[in-house]
Every structure is written in structure tokens, then in C-alpha cells.
Design a protein around this ligand. Sequence first.
Ligand code: NAG
Ligand code: NAG
Ligand code: NAG
Length: 267
Amino acid sequence: MSLSQRPKALLTDVFGTVVDWRSTVEKHLTLSASESLNSSTKSIPSAVRAAASEISWPAVAQLWRNSYYEFTRTYDPGARDKSSFKTVDQHHVEALHTILVDHGLDGLWTDEEVQKISMIWHFLDPWPDSSPGLAQLNGSFVTATLSNGNTSLLSDLARHGSLSYTHIVSAEDFGAYKPHPSVYLGAAKKLGVEPQECALIAAHLGDLKAARGCGYQTVYIERPQEESWSSDETAKAKQEGWVDMWIGLDEGNGGFLEVAKRFGLRN
Ligand SMILES: *[C@@H]1O[C@H](CO)[C@@H](O)[C@H](O)[C@H]1NC(C)=O
Ligand SMILES: *[C@@H]1O[C@H](CO)[C@@H](O)[C@H](O)[C@H]1NC(C)=O
Ligand SMILES: *[C@@H]1O[C@H](CO)[C@@H](O)[C@H](O)[C@H]1NC(C)=O
């Protein structure tokens, strides 16, 4: 372990790092589509039916997630005033609608149903190590979310997944989205610690790099299909050693349990 000093606060990314958005969203889309297609009270145009039988719901889940990534990555806090801050919920509804239109699926669900389906992002199942691992870590550190998800969404996820956090911190608190520095710096300030006393735990090297640029220590948890950096870039990052703690896929007890173990906590 090469963490220069034991951090006081552990902040975690949430989507993909703590919760397995992919399997939850795929299942939910698949089920919602078959419910709609089976409904005897709905008249769905035959072209939409045909499109729905062809579509890959895992691919839709990925497009939906990509749209969120683009949305947060390109969000410019200076270009909007705080009252017009667009929430992740709003984004999810609009993005799903656009994906449906683009794939000839407009009409499979009513607008109300699209809104309801979009709330699945509040009820994502955690990876198996997340709840027990966070419980151990929360016993020894100040723990907090550090996510682009809206505060109520994060509270719902924490409740749904029995995730032990001392604080729920959202990018929403700072009117910006990660990787904008104001989010990492604002979070440290909100917790009353220096950035150097914080470690970010995430499954995305881009997030860690931005946090590190703000003075944070960094913990990487590999998760299946989560890294957007190429395997070459990932290997290079590992070799360069700028990530302070690197937890490989299926290493030791896995994910957060392995983080707890490396910090000397009993598993
Ligand atoms: C929809 O109908 C199909 C075929 O009858 C069935 O296999 C499937 O379980 C149904 N799905 C739901 C959600 O009712
Ligand atoms: C966060 O999302 C909830 C609904 O999920 C919404 O009621 C709330 O207004 C959102 N927060 C902000 C600041 O828009
Ligand atoms: C996390 O730790 C804090 C501080 O010890 C405690 O107040 C809180 O109840 C814990 N959270 C959970 C969900 O156990």
C-alpha cells in the first residue's frame, strides 16, 4: 500500500463502483418491455412491436449510460445559473425518450411509463462486496458518496443497497459535475478536511486522475466493463503507479472488502 498518509475521509464514486447499474438496468428494461408488449389494454403499433422484438436491451442500457457520461462530462457549470441546474433524473428521462425515438420504439411506453422506468437509477443493486465492505470502512473512516447522482437518488441507493455512509455528498451540492475540480475540492471542504486527507475510491481512472489533480489520494477498484480507458492506457496507469491502491478484478475478497482488508480492517 503506497498511500502516503492514512486518509481521514473515504469518498466513493457510486455508479459502477458501488452499484452494478448494468445488470439492474438491463433486467428492468427487458421486463418493462415484455410487460408492455403483453398488455392487453395497450395498442402498440406493429412497427414498434417489430422494433421491440429486434432490439438489444443491454445495448440500450449501455447507450443510456453513455448519454449520462456525456451529459456530465460536458456540463459547463458557468454556462447556467444554479436555478437551471439540470438534474440527472431529468436527463435520464429525456435520454431514454431520445433513444426510443432513434430506434423506432416511441410508443412502446407512455411518457408516464418512461418517467417511471427512469427511476430505476434510484434502485440499482450493489456489487456483493459493497455493503459489507462499506460497513467495515465506515467503522474506521468518515465515508461519503461522491457521485454525479442527485442527492435524493444517492439516498435511495444507499437505503436500497444497505450502504453505510457517514455523509451523502453529491455533485449537485456544488452546481457542477465530476470531473470538474470544484466537486472534489467542494467535497473535502464540506467534510472539513484537506483534499490530501481524502481518498477517492472509483472504478474509473479518469475520475481518479481528476481527484488526484485536486490533491486526493486514489483507490482503484476494477469492475467488469466499467473502465472507459483502453487496456493500453489502463496498463500504463498501473505501471506509472500514480494510483495509490489498486484492487484487481476478483482480487482477494473483492472490491470494498479488499479495500478494508488493505487498510488493516478485519474481514
Ligand atoms: C410476456 O409473454 C411471454 C410470452 O407469452 C412470456 O414468456 C413472458 O413471461 C411475459 N412477460 C411478462 C412480463 O408478463
Ligand atoms: C433530485 O431528484 C428528485 C427526484 O428524484 C427531485 O425531487 C429533486 O428536485 C432533485 N434535486 C434537485 C436539486 O433538482
Ligand atoms: C457510519 O458511521 C457513522 C460515524 O460513526 C455513524 O454515525 C453512522 O451511523 C454509520 N452509518 C451507517 C449506515 O452505519
